[in-house]
Design a protein around this ligand. Sequence first.
Ligand code: 2XP
Ligand code: FE2
Length: 306
Amino acid sequence: MPNLKHGQILGGWLAPHPPHLVYAENPTQNEPRSRGGWEVLRWGYDHCRTKLKEQRPDVILVHTPHWQTTVGHDVLAVPKLSGLSVDPIFPHLFRYRFDLQVDVELALGISAEARKLGLTSKPMTNPDFRVDYGTITSLHMMNPNWDIPIIALSSNNSPYFHDTKVAQDEMIKLGIATKNAVIQSGKRVVLAASNSLSHLHFSAEPNPELPEDMSREHVFSQSQYEWDVRVLNLMRSGDVHGLMSIMPQFIDEACAEVKAGGLTWMLSAMDFPKTPAQVHAYGNVIGTGNAVVEWDLTSHKKGITP
Ligand code: 2XP
Ligand code: FE2
């Protein structure tokens, strides 16, 4: 019998995860209370929530820098996970009770496809696993009801030991593996690269009494800001090859969090789309540069091709 399934990647989102965004939303799941803050970025996520309601994907896949694996690329593969996730740097802002479902079938498929391409990959099957704040923040902002199953992929920390280019080449393979598994699954999927852009941040909270004091929030430096704008303009113009070619320099000069590989993974899974991306918001969080950016693959063609 031929395999008649043909899954689709509907789109991808650059979905930054400063825990401040969840803190500012005051959801019931998060213990600390706030007066708000970082509204422009939070409003940017409104577009994502609306789009997901229209699209109703079967699963959201996220690549996160804050679940780091020294060996290989792990894929979350426990059907249900719940617990308390605390941000180790900002525990006063993020103590979040998560309760989520994982698409284990597709998770196993991604891990198997990654191994076929020569990568080291394992399904993560520990039922007590504490999900990291990168995964939770991006996914909470995208879908606060958590009524769509998810899959999180770990960040192999090879970029921190090896040449950036070698590490990013591995992420291209992980993207291809993801695409292959999605196609075989027959599922409709949305991707999220959980990353800030420029990533230098203030060494202390400008106002510890009121972390959401927006009178103290600003770009870390003019050069970090200019790097972010350059990268966002490449996304907006659909110049994905220009974007990929300056990525190593962006990582070095702006300490960009895309170093962890999520953006490269996502663009690769989407066949490096020349579709102009839509920047829904840009804003700073404790000085870092963050943008909510959408690649809508349904606007030009029906998803990806094998
Ligand atoms: O998530 C990180 O990497 C952080 N440093 C948290 C704060 C702001 C991020 O943009
Ligand atoms: Fe981060």
